[in-house]
Structures are given as C-alpha cells and as structure tokens.
Design a protein around this ligand. Structure first.
Ligand code: WQD
Length: 342
C-alpha cells in the first residue's frame, strides 16, 4: 500500500473524484465529511467504481473534540487533502460569519490535530478566485492576489495565508495549495458527478439541467463584456484531470520534493472559453439544444480569467488532457443518469 490519505470533504464533487483517483493508484483512503453538501451514497458509488470502500466518518471539522478523537483512533495517516469547506459564492455574501467560522476554524483545527498526530503533509483546495479580475492574462502563480469579490473567496485567501504562516513556523509541515479554475464534468462511469443542492449557481450543471428539461431556460449573464462574443470567459477544467493533480501533489509531498514548505499551483487548462462558446461545445458534444436568453450581468462576476499552467506542467508534471467536448459530454451523461436514478 502506498500510504493512507485523509480526504476531508471526500463525498463532495471534487473530493469524491479525488478519492477514486487515489484508490486507483493504491492509496488507502479515509473520508471525513459532514454531508452538508453531499450524501453518504457517494461512498457506495466510489466503491462501485474502484471496488474498494473508503472508510467514512461523518462530522464537521469545527468540532475539535471529534477531530482529535478521530486522529487518535485512525492511526498511520500519511497526508491530508482538505476539501471540506462551504463554497457557494452567493450564500457567503448572505451568511459571511458561517463561511469564516466554518472555512477558517476547520483548517485551524485540522492543523492542530495534524501536529499532535505527527501528520506532516497537506494538500489544500484553493481557487482562482484569489486573483479577482487580474490585470494581465493568463494568470501565473506570481499574479498578485486581489481582494476577493465574496466572503467565500476571502476565506480562500486567508486560508492560504494561514498555511503560509503555519508552515513557516512549523517547517516539518509541508503544504501544497491547488488554485482551481472552473471544475466541470463528471467521472466517465457517470456514477459520481456534481450534485448541486437546489437551483445550480454554476454554469455547467444549469446547462445540463436545461438540456434535460429540468430548467425551462438558461440565463446567460451578460453579453456586453469586452470579450470576442461579449460573454464572460473562464478556464473550465475537467474534474478527473483536477483530481489527478491532487494525487500528483500527494506524491510530491510524500517524496519530500517540495522546494519550500508551502507551494501553490494554478490548475486549469490554460485556455479561456466564453459562456456562448461553451454552449456551442455542449450542443456539439451532446446533440442537445440548450434554450437560453441573454440577461443582465450577474453581480460579482469577473469578465475573464484563465490560467498560465506552466508551473503545474513543469514542476508538478501535471497537465489537463480532457477536451471541453469530452468533459461536457460527461456532464450530460451524469445528468441523464441521475434523472433515471432519481
Ligand atoms: C461561470 C460563467 C457566469 C450560471 C465560481 C466560483 C469559483 C468556483 C467556481 C468554487 C460566469 C456564467 C453562470 C448561469 C451564466 N467555485 N453563468 N448563467 O462564477 O466563474 O466561479 O464557481 O470554488 O470560486 O467563483 O462559475 O459556473 O457560476 O459561472 O451565464 O446560470 O457562467 O456569469 O461568466 P464562476 P459559474
């Protein structure tokens, strides 16, 4: 066995795909998740994909007593991948204290318990949202972070600073933060994917639900931006490619290849795609027309962002491989399966 990895938030969208990829290369995985934005059935689906059932413990990381008890009972953890966080941009504006308390206290508790248990490796789920609307594109890891547009985004900035300061004070602890661009798609098996609670905030689940007839029409938030077709541009990264970046990061930490106590990487495709281009790609990939209308801009949206992935390609040795069309088809296949499954 290559080692035992704790995955917090491991029944969530990116977490579950990462558990599958960890198991596929021989890691033993333990999931801690409070199921606030996922279901325990995901553990069954992971087992169906890999043939291995990850251990699963249900609690929130704000509960220091339960987290400490977990680390005392679950021996031999070699590294932690920390996904568990609240992540709805709009909700964070309405309930900022829930976001600051949950996202910051969870990380602080995790570090305290890791130190007591002698667990020295952390991969952290960060986000391109730390860049705000960058001056220059594509963004590199040297692009200055900017005040986030939302409390959610600010928790990512503050968590990165907590990691920087903590690893500086405790050089035994090594950490990697992965700054995701826009994760989309689903596992090729269509057994796991993105399960938004209620009306999706994010584009691709809304597109898939519109194509499936669950939503009558997609609203495209603005076509008056300074982009070729007027709609916003993002860097849409396949969720399985993204999951593999976590596995490579774990390997880098376990092999102690980190050049500094805290490293961070942009994880995207390096290609900017507009909303309207994505809709065309979805229709081409799936044969499904998407009924949409152009409406006003959404508050808080930035005009365009996409990654310079040179560092992840050269230092991590990771590269995205899935095409946009393949990824959108995987999202459609997942949407159809959950509709059949109900
Ligand atoms: C993408 C584009 C919208 C919905 C957010 C978070 C980011 C990360 C990913 C967590 C934008 C447009 C969307 C719709 C639309 N989350 N859109 N109609 O806002 O880039 O990023 O989710 O880590 O941190 O900020 O993603 O999918 O919401 O929007 O036109 O119904 O699609 O305006 O241009 P976003 P998104």
């Amino acid at each position: 066995m290559k080692g035992k990895i704790l995955v917090t938030g491991g029944t969530g969208y990116i977490g579950s795909h990462t558990v599958v990829e960890l198991q596929n290369v021989g890691f033993d995985v333990v999931i801690v998740d409070d199921l606030s934005n996922s279901t325990a059935a995901v553990v069954n689906q992971i087992e169906e994909i890999t043939g291995k059932r990850p251990a699963f413990h249900q609690f929130n990381l704000q509960n220091l007593e339960l987290l400490g008890k977990f680390f005392k009972e679950c021996k031999g953890i070699d590294a932690v991948i920390h996904f568990a966080a609240f992540k709805a941009v709009g909700e964070s504006v309405q309930k900022p204290m829930n976001y600051y308390r949950n996202n910051l206290v969870s990380l602080i508790n995790l570090f305290e318990c890791m130190e007591n248990a002698g667990v020295n490796n952390l991969v952290f789920s960060s986000s391109c949202t730390v860049y705000g609307q960058p001056e220059h594109l594509p963004v590199t890891e040297q692009t200055p972070r900017q005040t986030a547009e939302s409390p959610y985004g600010n928790t990512k900035i503050v968590c990165e600073d907590i990691i920087k300061d903590y690893t500086h004070a405790n050089p035994k602890i090594q950490a990697i933060a992965l700054r995701y661009f826009n994760p989309i798609g689903a596992h090729p098996s269509a057994l796991i994917g993105e399960l938004p609670n209620g009306i999706p905030n994010n584009l691709v689940p809304f597109v898939a639900q519109t194509a499936a007839g669950i939503r009558p029409q997609l609203s495209v938030f603005g076509n008056d931006y300074d982009t070729p077709d007027g709609s916003c541009i993002r860097d849409y990264i396949n969720v399985v490619d993204l999951a593999k970046a976590h596995v490579i990061s774990i390997g880098r930490l376990l092999d102690q290849k980190n050049e500094s106590a805290f490293e961070f990487f942009n994880v995207g495709t390096g290609k900017g795609v507009s909303v309207l281009e994505l809709l065309n790609a979805f229709e081409k990939a799936t044969g499904q027309k998407v009924n949409y209308k152009i409406v006003g801009r959404r508050a808080g949206d930035i005009e365009q962002i996409y990654a310079d992935t040179t560092k992840a390609n050269s230092v991590l040795g990771w590269k995205s491989v899935a095409t946009l069309e393949e990824t959108l088809l995987s999202a459609w296949n997942w949407e159809q399966r959950i509709r059949i499954k109900g």
